[in-house]
Design a protein around this ligand. Structure first.
Ligand code: SF4
Length: 271
């Protein structure tokens, strides 16, 4: 993965602070005015059309942004970034990563040797900094002791094997494990976040209940194992959710998905 511009789409966790927002399910549940289409999962054809529309407007997102030049250091940096961006914006995570870099701490052994209070101060811009410092220690402990110091050892194997290994580390949940598996290990998985829930519920074609595994399994099954496609899908959904299909006051009038979206048409009518 090459070095990319910070101006491109950026990772963001769906954690506690980022909620899906109003999606139209509320109106339907209470018999309200939104006349949405039958809510059934998107077909492959619909998914392809949504992907093409988003790609045309936003272009390739070139995730995951890293500042490192060395490929293994890039993978390690992606893993750290996936932890640091939990429950916060990428801006805070990037600032914390820059502090770690400036302190010469972009390797697992060095992070592990750093006292938690010192590490906490360095990652303060990412929020929840004491917990994040503990999570970084837990991750680096696994790299050092189970991976003989190499993040690549930790990321070796079949996608599900890698994901399970990561999920076993304290502080790493499904979204973080999938981000590491897809963007650091470059293995097939789908990263689910609140943007995916919001966009597909608003489009009237949620894959099912708003549950992580329901969405992940659906998209993996429908999209197939191509890592480049899976990478771009998640990145485009984040970009669309941040830029256009925002939590409140989505910019429906200029949205490339408007003609497919009953929620958006209702928003436009409402003015
Ligand atoms: S029209 Fe677009 S921006 Fe508006 S709700 Fe639908 S997907 Fe979101």
């Amino acid at each position: 993965m090459g070095r990319v511009s910070r101006g491109l789409g950026i990772p963001r966790s769906s954690g506690g602070r980022l909620q899906a927002g109003r999606t139209g399910l509320e109106e339907q549940a209470t018999g309200g005015r939104l006349e949405g289409p039958a809510r059934k999962p998107p077909t492959k054809r619909q998914l392809d059309a949504i992907y093409a529309a988003l790609l045309e407007v936003y272009g390739h997102q070139q995730w995951w942004p890293t500042a490192s030049e060395d490929p293994e250091e890039q993978r390690f940096e992606i893993c750290l970034g996936a932890i640091l961006t939990q429950n916060t914006s990428w801006r805070g995570a990037a600032s914390a990563l820059a502090n770690l870099r400036a302190a010469g701490l972009l390797d697992a052994a060095s992070i592990l040797e750093t006292p938690l209070d010192v590490l906490g101060e360095l990652v303060r811009p990412s929020g929840h900094f004491n917990v994040k410092a503990r999570k970084l220690h837990a991750f680096c402990e696994t790299v050092v002791f189970d991976g003989a110091g190499s993040v690549d050892t930790l990321l070796e194997g079949e996608p599900d094997e890698v994901r399970e290994r990561l999920l076993a580390i304290w502080g790493i949940g499904p979204e973080t494990a999938d981000a590491m598996t897809l963007y650091a290990a470059r293995k097939s998985t789908f990263v689910v976040d609140a943007y995916a829930y919001r966009i597909f519920e608003r489009l009237g074609c949620p894959p099912g209940a708003r549950k992580y595994d329901v969405y992940r399994e659906f998209f993996l099954g429908r999209l197939g194992p191509d890592v480049t496609v899976l990478n771009e899908w998640h990145a485009l959904l984040v970009r669309h959710g941040q830029q256009t299909c925002t939590k409140s006051r989505p910019r429906c009038e200029g949205c490339p998905l408007l003609r497919r979206c009953a929620f958006g048409r209702a928003e436009v009518q409402r003015g």
